[in-house]
Design a protein around this ligand. Structure first.
Ligand SMILES: *Cc1c(COP(=O)(O)O)cnc(C)c1O
Length: 396
């Protein structure tokens, strides 16, 4: 299983790497899983070692055998472009730590208009306060982004597809324009994960995960990761050290456990999500389904070119009906829960509306919008739940 010149399993297929990487069976006394190291103090055997800061582990915040196992596993999944993986206590903390790592006062930042709303809030709030100017751009801008670069444009933040509106940016085109201007490209890769979208191989410098979602996979942790290439890893490491960013050992362990089964879970989310999306597209109550893996979706060609799968999260635009009818439908559902953080084993549904916060583009979908997460339940049960819901919608 060795790749020859290092202990990373980069030559293995992703599914195998997810199972084998980061496992030092000997150090684990034969156990399959790493110990959950609860630790702050690391003792040095001699004064000389202490003076020299010698030792694989030196301080709890800087890493433990548990965090090392997670980092090695994620690096094996990301591939050879990944020079290091930073760990953060949430997906949002991974994004803010990354932005603080690459930006300074006087810089200009380009942000895709469909990014996660709290990412925008950070740009408009703290980054603005510290003298970083943000310009939002149309997710469908493609290589047209070249005209938005200023001499001080330092970074571009993308989400593909946006986790509410599901437009699919042309990431390689945007990345190549950014590279021509010397700007760093950051991809919030939470929707597809590095299993279905290898963004570091498509010109992205830093791939960020809300590991709270599919990597955790069981709706039981808050966690974030930052996968950086060789150019940006030193800045990420420095930012993590200066800010004091770290995560609790139990959450690190659960993230490792989630990675071990990521491939089978995501394959099922892909299959069930696509089946439900196709079924919903044929419902008389539905105007449009926002799912890049559907052939009818405007982002389909880009998805097919750049991704190897889709996750279970997509949007539905209903034909115009009063919000009270939509609410009655939501209240009637038994299997679809209403909640925000997706990526777990359970199906979810929420209404969403991007109208109030988008600035570069106008959000006018033509009817009330719902975001669905298709979990690991049987799809026939999920369809039956939605059929009941549509009956309530139509009756009110
Ligand atoms: C959930 C989410 C985040 C934030 O992750 P948390 O762990 O909840 O902080 C960031 N980006 C995307 C796309 C998300 O869906």
């Amino acid at each position: 299983m060795s790749s020859g010149d290092d202990d990373r399993t980069i030559l293995l297929k992703a599914e195998t790497a997810l199972v084998t990487a980061g496992r030092d069976t000997k150090a684990q006394k034969g156990f399959v899983n790493p110990p959950v190291v609860h630790g702050s103090t690391v003792l040095y055997p001699t004064a000389d070692d202490l003076h020299a800061h010698r030792g694989e582990f030196q301080y709890g915040r800087h890493g433990t055998p548990t965090t090392k196992a997670l980092q090695q596993t994620l690096m094996a999944l990301e591939g050879p472009q990944c020079a290091g993986v930073g760990i953060a206590p949430s997906g949002l903390a991974a994004i803010t730590t990354t932005l603080l790592a690459v930006l300074k006062a006087g810089d200009h930042l380009l942000v895709c208009d469909n990014v996660y709303r709290p990412s925008r809030n950070f740009c408009n709030g703290m980054l603005a306060r510290y003298g970083v100017e943000t310009t939002y751009f149309d997710p469908l801008i493609g290589s047209g982004i070249a005209s938005l670069f200023k001499p001080n444009t330092r970074a571009v933040l993308i989400e593909a597809p946006g986790s509410q509106s599901f437009e699919m940016p042309d990431l390689p085109a945007i990345a190549s324009a950014a590279r021509a201007h010397g700007a760093i490209v950051i991809d919030d890769n939470t929707w597809a994960t590095p299993l279905f979208h290898r963004s570091l191989e498509q010109g992205v410098d830093i791939s960020v995960q809300a590991a709270t979602k599919y990597i955790g996979g069981h709706s039981d942790i808050m966690f974030g990761t930052i996968s950086a290439n060789a150019k940006t890893w030193p800045a990420i490491q420095e930012s993590i050290r200066l800010l004091g960013v770290c995560a609790g050992p139990d959450d690190v362990f659960l993230a490792i456990r989630g990675l071990r089964t990521l491939a089978v879970r995501l394959a099922q989310h892909h299959r069930s999500g696509l089946e439900m999306a196709g079924w919903l597209a044929k419902r008389p109550e539905v105007l449009r389904v926002l799912h890049p893996a559907l052939e009818s979706d405007p982002g389909h060609a880009i998805w097919k070119r750049d991704f190897t799968g889709a996750s279970g999260l997509f949007g539905v635009v209903l034909k115009p009906v009063p919000q009270t009818s939509v609410d009655a439908m939501l209240n009637s559902l038994k299997l679809f829960g209403m909640g925000y953080s997706w990526g777990g084993f359970e199906s979810l549904i929420i209404p969403f509306d991007c109208t109030n916060y988008r600035t570069a583009t106008k959000w006018a979908p033509g009817g009330p919008t719902l975001r669905l997460h298709i979990g690991l339940e049987n799809v026939e049960d999920l369809k039956a739940d939605l059929i009941r819901g549509f009956e309530v919608l139509n009756a009110t």
